[in-house]
Each structure stands twice: as structure tokens, then as C-alpha cells.
Design a protein around this ligand. Structure first.
Ligand SMILES: [Zn+2]
Length: 324
């Protein structure tokens, strides 16, 4: 039998041919020029350029008083005939507009997990609502009420055949969620942020990189590198985007968020998204933010924990930048 060494070939291919859109950290002018080109290329890779907006047609289905805030079960349209179920949490207000958080969930069972699970999420959406934030918690494609058999990998493959990407479609949904938030009377649309864990962190990364309406971001247990995660060991196929690692590393996608405030969270015991990889990416970004004159706008929050969301520093991060 002839020895096989294709994995090593792929590793060498990454080392010699990947990251073609690495961000420049030379001058502000060079960097801003790169941002324009990188944004265009990111949009091409996500393959969402030919989608068109449809009326949101938000409907409120159920309403519940949760004490410090109100929970509405809503839905809205993001693609023709496709409605996104979501929870909208609104703190008790005096009629003034509130800072707002969009909270995409991770790879699990959807919005209910963020609302009720103490484990990895520590119910951060409720904690933000208690702190005075409007919070929108949508189900992403393939999860929660949007689960279809056989699931996300199949939807990924079908979209792949049709020239799309599932991450791109999820991003499209989240951008429409921003459209929706901008229409709500309780939302201060100058203070909309996004925070998520794992796949929710991945979607926070792509959404904030793609859409400047996200003013502040917190990415938990995701922002490391493709080399240290998806290219090193198998993850669910629904997170794989054709061509992405050829052109961008995590740091390059995050560079599209600069100079907006970005918090990176990493647990020291996370077995898949390693804290040392998060630190290396943070250091690249810290150099960039320094070049841009905003060293305080990027932060690495490491904590003694696993693959989870660390709530208090995240709330403090948003309160700081939203001047609460
Ligand atoms: Zn998946």
C-alpha cells in the first residue's frame, strides 16, 4: 500500500497559499483601502449578493411579563415566505429608547437554549434585559423551530450545490433582524450591538464584519483561527464556507470590524477553540487597533472556564461603549 499524506499536503497548502486577503498593518490609508476590497470579497464568498429584501411583516404572537422586562414571541419575514421566530425582550421603560443587543444562538436547539439554559449561556440574554437592554433572540436556519430533518449539514450541501452558503443565509437573516430593530420604537438604533457564543460568536463575527450597524461586538468561544479549528479537526459542515480560509483568517474577518469595539472571550479550558489561538489573534488585532489609534477598543477576556459565555465582562463592555 502506498503511504498517504494528503493531510500534510493540505497543511502545507494552507501555509503557502492561504490568507490571500491578510489585512495590512502599515498605514491607516492602506488599511481602509483593504477594508473596502475585503468587504467585497467577504460578500462574494458568503454568496448573498443576489438576495433581495422582502417586507418584514413582523407579527407578535405571545406576550409575557417577566418582571423587569417584557417577553414577546414574534416572527418576521426575511426571505419570500420564510418567517423567523424570535423572542424580543424589552425592559420596562419610561418611553426612552434603549441600547439593544442582537443575540444569535450557537449550534444547539435554538433560541430556547439562550432563554432557559444555565450551562454554557448562563442566560445572558435575560441578564442583558435586566441590565436595561432590548434583546432580540432569533432562531437561526436549521435550529429551534426552524429544524428540519436531516438538518444543517444537508442544508449546507444543498446550498453549496446551488452556489450559496448556509453561513451567508444566516447572516442575511441577522441583517434583516437589524432592519427590524431599526423600526422598533424602543430601540436606540445608534446603540445596537451583537454578542454570541460558538456558532453565535461566529455569526457575530461575520455580521459585525459585514454590517456597520453593529456598533459593538462580543465574540465568545469562537474567535481563534481556521487553522486551529475547522482545518485541524472536523466541525459541523454547516460552518464551512468555500474559499474562506484561502482568503481570510479569523483575524482578517475581525479586522473588518475595526475600529468598532470588539471583545473576544476565551475559556482557558475550551477544548476546541483554544485560548492560545484566541490570544494570538487578539495580539494581531491589538497591533491593528493601536495603528488606528484605538487601543482600548479591542479586548481579550480570558476566564477560568470552558466553551461558555462569560456574562459580567460582556455586559460591562457594552455598558462602557453605549455610555450606560
Ligand atoms: Zn451544523
Amino acid at each position: 500500500m502506498i503511504a498517504q499524506d494528503f493531510r500534510n499536503y493540505l497543511k502545507r497548502y494552507y501555509e503557502t497559499s492561504a490568507r490571500r486577503m491578510r489585512f495590512p498593518c502599515t498605514t491607516i490609508e492602506n488599511f481602509v483601502h483593504w477594508q473596502g476590497e475585503a468587504h467585497n470579497q467577504l460578500t462574494r464568498l458568503l454568496a448573498i449578493g443576489d438576495l433581495s429584501q422582502v417586507p418584514l411583516e413582523m407579527t407578535v404572537h405571545v406576550e409575557e411579563d417577566a418582571g423587569a422586562y417584557r417577553i414577546q414571541k414574534i416572527s418576521y419575514q426575511t426571505l419570500p415566505g420564510i418567517r423567523v421566530p424570535a423572542y424580543l425582550l424589552t425592559p420596562r421603560q419610561d418611553g426612552s429608547k434603549s441600547p439593544t443587543l442582537l443575540a444569535p444562538h450557537g449550534h444547539g436547539y435554538g433560541k430556547e437554549q439562550l432563554m432557559s439554559e444555565d450551562g454554557a449561556y448562563h442566560q445572558y440574554v435575560r441578564r442583558f434585559a435586566e441590565a436595561g437592554f432590548v434583546v432580540l433572540v432569533p432562531d437561526q436556519i436549521s435550529f429551534g423551530e426552524r429544524t428540519e430533518t436531516p438538518g444543517c449539514s444537508f442544508e449546507h450541501e444543498v446550498l453549496n450545490m446551488l452556489g450559496g452558503t448556509l453561513i451567508g443565509y444566516r447572516l442575511w437573516d441577522l441583517a434583516r433582524a437589524l432592519d427590524l430593530l431599526e423600526t422598533l420604537p424602543q430601540v436606540d438604533d445608534t446603540r445596537i450591538g451583537c454578542a454570541g457564543l460558538s456558532l453565535g460568536g461566529e455569526m457575530t463575527l461575520y455580521l459585525a464584519a459585514h454590517d456597520p450597524r453593529v456598533k459593538v461586538a462580543c465574540i465568545a468561544s469562537f474567535l481563534t483561527s481556521f487553522a486551529g479549528t475547522f482545518l485541524k479537526e472536523p466541525h459541523c459542515t454547516c460552518g464551512y464556507i468555500p474559499g474562506m480560509a484561502r482568503d481570510f483568517e479569523h483575524a482578517d474577518i475581525a479586522a473588518l470590524i475595526a475600529p468598532r469595539p470588539l471583545m473576544i472571550q476565551a475559556g482557558t479550558q475550551d477544548p476546541s477553540f483554544l485560548v492560545e489561538d484566541a490570544r494570538a489573534t487578539y495580539e494581531e488585532l491589538a497591533e491593528l487597533y493601536q495603528m488606528l489609534g484605538h487601543t482600548d477598543r479591542v479586548a481579550l477576556d480570558t476566564f477560568d472556564g470552558g466553551h461558555e459565555f462569560y456574562v459580567e465582562p460582556a455586559i460591562e463592555w457594552f455598558e462602557k461603549w453605549f455610555a450606560i
